[in-house]
Design a protein around this ligand. Structure first.
Ligand code: NAD
Ligand code: UFG
Length: 334
């Protein structure tokens, strides 16, 4: 029995593959490498001393994907493959829906055809849009405000429809907050293809000297210091949340859970912690707000703790330390 990990050579996927193997699962990876390199999996193999079956294919290519289901005894799918840039999704919405929704549908059809037992989907805190209060509970209204977020919400809805129609496949919708950090070995980490959109990789590229200075998008929010507040979660904690979700689905039909630490940190908090842990100075300037950003976003952790007996254990300084080790060891990524 194997677990199919789509998008398994990407940032969250590669860290989750390590944890899966460490927990004794057999893993098969598919990825079209549009936003990752095969080197990440080579390093995962080295770290886990294992051989990972890998297939370079697009998850929208149902024919190719079907061959994987025929060849392997897939009992669960963790579906990471997808596109994740909010700004690109606004520029090219049909492409985003094609990959994120079309790709998910292809997998779901095969999951049904081959009677797989569980399906775990990478959703996002972005499905809550601009929440009226924090911390965010799973029961809050859903209101995605851009094509990326809507693509996540669509897939969540389709999966729940599938559950109603096919009680055999169990489903987890995991809404990630802000994944950061890297594996403690410094061998794998986040590897943005272009200039990073996200804060942590941007800071670490300033620290290594690839970028001059950070632009802080707005210091006039209604937060403690005026900058945006987010719930940063170490990618290894997040990866372990997937293991807990797999275990939960053994005895339950549906899981909808937020995965975060429950603590909100501002942009300036993150800069200060990064500087203190790495002894690197992060020059910055305050610029206008970025369109679509919310002021504050962090989760209520009680539901995930109650259902999964899971909580994030790593703190912000460890997230910075591990990010920096990866960046320092791999100044140009993979
Ligand atoms: P990533 O880009 O590093 O990984 C995604 C992987 O999917 C990449 O390896 C890419 O090559 C692959 N892929 C993309 N389109 C594909 C296709 N059509 N066929 C096959 N493979 C394809 O991103 P990540 O940060 O690891 O995110 C993984 C998942 O988690 C995504 O679905 C993303 O939307 C979701 N998510 C990420 C964040 C975040 O901040 N990183 C937050 C919330 C949700
Ligand atoms: N920020 C800056 N400068 C930058 C980048 C970010 O000031 O160069 C600020 C943002 O304004 C925000 C905070 O840093 O206040 C975090 O921004 P990120 O881009 O790192 O993360 P977001 O919360 O905006 O979005 C991320 C993912 C989304 C996902 C969301 C919730 O990019 O895809 O988390 O999971 F939907």
């Amino acid at each position: 029995m194997e677990i199919l990990v789509t998008g398994g050579s990407g940032y969250i996927g590669s860290h989750t593959v390590i944890e899966l193997i460490n927990f004794g699962y057999k893993v098969v990876v598919v990825d079209n490498l549009c936003n990752s390199k095969i080197e990440s999996l080579k390093r995962v193999e080295k770290l886990t001393n294992s051989k990972i079956p890998f297939y370079k294919l697009d998850v929208r290519d149902k024919k190719a994907l079907k061959k994987i289901f025929e060849k392997h005894d897939i009992y669960a799918v963790i579906h990471f493959a997808g596109l994740k840039s909010v700004s690109d999704s606004i520029i090219n919405p049909t492409y985003y829906y094609d990959v994120n929704v079309g790709g998910a549908i292809c997998i779901m059809q095969l999951v049904q055809e081959f009677a797989c037992k569980s399906f775990i989907f990478s959703s996002s805190a972005t499905v809550y849009g601009n929440p009226s209060k924090v911390p965010i509970k799973e029961t809050f209204p859903l209101c995605a405000v851009n094509p990326y977020g809507r693509s996540k919400l669509m897939v969540e809805n389709i999966l729940q429809d599938m559950l109603l129609a096919n009680t055999d496949c169990k489903i987890a919708l995991l809404r990630y907050f802000n994944p950061v950090g890297a594996h403690v070995s410094g061998l794998i980490g986040e590897n943005p293809k272009n200039t990073p959109n996200n804060l942590m990789p941007y800071i670490s590229q300033v620290a290594i000297g690839k970028l001059d200075k950070l632009k802080i998008f707005g210091a006039d929010y209604n937060t403690s210091d005026g900058t945006g507040v987010r719930d940063y979660i170490h990618v290894i904690d997040l990866a372990r949340g997937h293991i807990k979700a797999l275990e939960y689905l053994e005895n339950n039909q549906l899981l909808i859970a937020n995965l975060g630490t429950g603590k909100g940190y501002s942009v300036l908090d993150l800069i200060k912690t990064f500087e203190a842990t790495t002894k690197k100075k992060i020059p910055y300037e305050i610029v206008a707000r970025r369109k679509g950003d919310v002021a504050t976003c962090y989760t209520d952790t009680s539901y995930a703790f109650k259902k999964l007996n899971w909580q994030a254990k790593y703190k912000l300084d460890k997230m910075c330390k591990d990010t920096w080790r990866w960046q320092k060891n791999n100044p140009n990524g993979y």
